[in-house]
Design a protein around this ligand. Sequence first.
Ligand SMILES: [Ca+2]
Ligand SMILES: [Ca+2]
Length: 121
Amino acid sequence: MSKKTWDGALAAGLLLGQFWAMASDQAKVDANYDVFATIDKNNDTLISSTEFDSYWAARPDKEATAKKEGKAQFKKIDKNGDGVIDEEEYVVYLMPLPDDELKAKVAAAKAKKAKEKAAKL
Ligand SMILES: [Ca+2]
Ligand SMILES: [Ca+2]
């Protein structure tokens, strides 16, 4: 039984790696956007430092310095320094893209997400 579980986990891991290696830029932006939407609890399309803190605190790999690190990370992602992380700042931090491509791809990811949400209602 345990071997089967392990095989399953391995297969899932390989599949994820394969997905990432083969995924189009748009698929990656979609995936990153999903994470953004998860962190953005109040759905105002911005990640506040409070939202980021609770996301950071819930990370399974947190350590003693985690809180301080989280603050530093937030500052790094918040490129324009206005105290909130917007969708484009978040996606471009994980995946550097030229400005025009970034805007178009984030918009497409957003539209996809909105469609999925609408389908669930
Ligand atoms: Ca928010
Ligand atoms: Ca910002």
